[in-house]
Design a binder for this molecule. Structure first.
Ligand SMILES: O=C(O)CCC(=O)C(=O)O
Length: 291
């Protein structure tokens, strides 16, 4: 047995303390998620020393097939710009995830899971539009995510976003293949996944003259952020796969992907002409008032 030297002892001790803190936090978080221990989670959150920054590992996902979270093996479209699809893992910490979930739980408490979306795209879900955050730290997290998106894409920091759209998908819920309406949002849709892993599937959209056999899959782990832009945005339909009755989906490396209840924060940019459209609308309203 090799005994630690005197300078190593404080090092081992602090690692042990950090380890215990993390385990207690994880246990309280899972108790919180199962609905059994909201109070326990809150206590740990208040007493615990939270890490300030995100465990944000900016793995430069060039999306050229090297990303372990993007599967291009069934892509039959050599015009698809692979950098229009990104997945960034761990953009927030477990603590930050729990904080966001706590606030969103409060927002959704009185809502029931709806069987069907108005245009039949989503099954078994609840949703809310987040224009403001109660917890100032959550507001900061949302702001940081926007900066991460813009920095990743080298876009102007002045880009305006629509209010965050939150979807709470029940364990047996899913999102069918669809192409977002370009009427309201711009060239960007990004999603922060919370609570559960999921597989997002992109399929060439026939209406846009694309090959429906061209498929790209994204592994969305909790706390990861996906970004769809460029020609992946409106030429491909996207969907969140359902839990298969015969078992869990498998990722390319054989890993099982267990889908349970999942929350997602969807960030969309405003259409570039949105400002002008709003101005035109205001001018019309003013004109009407004077008439
Ligand atoms: O939950 C997600 O990440 C996907 C959301 C989605 O498909 C959409 O908002 O158009």
């Amino acid at each position: 047995m090799v005994w630690p030297t005197s300078w190593q002892i404080p090092c081992h001790a602090s690692c042990l303390v950090l380890y215990i803190h993390r385990m207690v936090f994880k246990l309280s978080y899972f108790a919180f998620r199962s609905g059994a221990g909201r109070w326990m989670y809150t206590l740990v959150l208040k007493c615990g020393r939270l890490r300030s920054g995100p465990a944000y590992r900016m793995i430069a996902l060039s999306a050229s097939g090297e990303s372990p979270f993007i599967d291009f093996s069934n892509c039959r479209d050599n015009t698809l710009d692979s950098s229009s699809i990104r997945v960034l893992p761990d953009v927030i910490t477990i603590e930050e995830e729990a904080r966001l979930v706590a606030e969103l739980e409060g927002n959704m408490r009185r809502r029931r899971y709806v069987a069907n979306h108005w245009d039949s795209v989503i099954e078994r879900y609840r949703e809310v539009e987040k224009r403001a955050w109660i917890d100032p730290l959550n507001a900061k997290i949302a702001q940081r995510i926007k900066s991460v998106i813009l920095q990743t894409l080298n876009k102007s920091l002045a880009t305006r976003f629509l209010p965050v759209h939150v979807i709470d998908l029940a364990e047996d819920g899913f999102i069918k293949p669809h192409v977002d309406s370009s009427k309201f949002s711009g060239g960007l849709v990004c999603g922060l996944s919370l609570c559960s892993s999921a597989i997002m599937q992109l399929k060439g959209d026939v209406e846009q003259g694309q090959n429906p056999d061209s498929i790209v899959r994204l592994l969305l782990r909790p706390r990861s952020l996906y970004i769809l832009c460029g020609n992946a945005r409106y030429r491909y339909a996207h969907e969140i796969l359902a839990t298969r009755p015969e078992g869990e989906e498998r990722w390319v490396d054989g890993r099982r992907v267990k889908r349970s209840r999942r929350l997602s924060l969807i960030f969309r940019d405003e259409r570039e002409d949105q400002g002008r459209r709003e101005e035109a609308c205001e001018t019309d309203m003013k004109k009407k008032q004077h008439e």
